[in-house]
Design a protein around this ligand. Structure first.
Ligand code: DQA
Length: 139
């Protein structure tokens, strides 16, 4: 049985209400239900975490050190959190970064990810499907 962590950062608890033209109408709960179903069909379990606080995200990356993989959407922390970058570098687990929107089509501050150099790859711009694509990359 494989165990994956899916970690969502700030403001992603507001999916469904937050800028629906960019992030869509589905909620975080719907996403978690879909991924639970996907995992059960693939001999896997998923641990879900979401926080608006950087330290929580860092603690969960450490907590996931024995997992098969981490899928992380660090929200705006992506663009400037060296602490999250260092947390990823501190664990032996492979990490895939997900962004719901195509960050490269948006404001220039979103074009930089300080996380990417310590991840296996990035899934960008495919909406909530990106999380399943990231899990598939591990399987
Ligand atoms: C995001 C993109 C970030 O720039 C933004 O701050 C988010 C969400 C995405 O999923 O598209 O909070 O990570």
């Amino acid at each position: 049985m494989k165990t994956f962590y899916v970690i969502n950062g700030p403001n992603l608890n507001r999916l469904g209400k937050r800028e629906p033209g960019i992030y869509g109408n589905d909620t975080l709960e719907t996403l978690e239900q879909r991924l639970t179903q996907f995992a059960s069909e693939n001999d896997s379990t998923v641990v879900f975490r979401q926080s608006n606080h950087e330290g929580d995200i860092i603690d969960w990356i450490h907590e996931a050190e024995s997992a098969t993989g981490i899928v992380i959407n660090p929200g705006a922390f992506t663009h400037y959190s060296y602490a999250i970058r260092d947390a990823i570098a501190s664990v032996p687990v492979p990490v895939v970064e997900v962004h719901i929107s195509n960050v490269h089509k948006r404001e220039s501050f979103r074009h930089t990810s300080v996380i990417s150099p310590v991840t296996e790859g990035q899934v960008v711009g495919f909406g909530l499907n990106g999380y399943e694509l990231a899990l598939r990359s591990f399987l």
